[in-house]
Design a protein around this ligand. Structure first.
Ligand code: ADP
Length: 247
């Protein structure tokens, strides 16, 4: 979150710097099966974010000491490419990417039926090609689609979404300027059907009332995002059906 600034993020008509209303999401598009070698893959464009996800597994966890005899280990690796931001990002893992990988791994583990695959590992590679605020929730949303596209049994889909506070107002899905100069950002991961919260982090400050307002905005948007996830997967299965009927 940025410090106090002269930048006006909400205009006199209540519209945001990119013309959105407080409850409007940035444009969101998901595509599956963009990579041939992965067991499942997805590409998400959300606002200016462009993120590719590749899923491999379940396969035997290696090294062996990382195996869990009762369930599969879901291992997400979030990586920002050097060219994904305005200033070149130093390549390789840093504290931020290790943290994001950990929270995404935990969120996905709650959705995957991990108990069906003891001693296995499911790898989820999240490559941020272009970053524009909200990459962790966009990466999480795409990962869930890539896991489903890989045919991995899941009890629910994970939907990522954020809300935040800019110019003293609670708004949905912060853009880059709002993230830089706003007062708070609340990224969340929700299980689509059960509504269970599987990821929640907060940067900045909100009152209890603002927090409840932000959570309500996220919960409502989750339904729209889940539809887009389902459509992306339906596209895949429609394509599969066509392939079969042509055999
Ligand atoms: P998220 O992308 O999940 O919102 P952050 O709040 O940490 O995560 O980052 C907000 C945005 O700041 C990112 O989406 C990206 O546009 C930018 N950003 C993050 N890390 C860097 C970095 N190392 N260099 C330049 N920009 C960065």
């Amino acid at each position: 979150m940025g410090t106090a600034s002269d930048i006006k993020l909400i205009d006199e008509n209540g519209l945001r710097i990119d013309g959105r209303s407080p409850t409007e999401l940035r444009p969101l598009k998901i595509e599956t099966d963009v990579l041939e070698r992965a067991d499942g893959s997805a590409f998400i464009e959300w606002g200016g974010n462009k993120i590719l996800v590749a899923v491999y597994g379940p396969r035997e966890a290696y090294p062996k000491h990382t195996q869990d005899i009762e369930k599969a280990v879901v291992k997400a690796r979030y990586n920002m490419s050097a060219f994904s931001v305005d200033e070149r990002k130093r390549p390789g893992p840093d504290r931020r990417s290790v943290e994001i990988s950990k929270v995404i791994s935990e969120a996905l583990s709650a959705a995957v039926m991990v108990e069906q695959f003891p001693r296995a590992q499911i790898d989820v590679f999240i490559e941020v090609l272009q970053a524009d605020a909200g990459t962790r929730i966009a990466g999480l949303t795409a990962s869930s689609v890539a896991l489903a596209a890989a045919g991995i049994p899941m009890r629910d889909m994970v939907v990522g979404c954020a809300a935040g506070k800019v110019d003293g107002k609670i708004v949905l899905d912060l853009g880059k300027e709002e993230d830089n100069f706003g007062q708070a950002d609340l990224p969340m991961g929700i299980l689509a059907k059960s509504g269970k919260i599987v990821l929640m982090q907060m940067d900045g400050d909100m009152s209890q009332e603002e927090f409840e307002q932000a959570t309500a905005l996220i919960m409502d948007a989750t339904k729209r995002i889940y539809e887009i996830q389902r459509e992306a997967l339906a596209g895949k299965y429609r394509a599969l059906a066509l392939e079969r009927s042509g055999e």
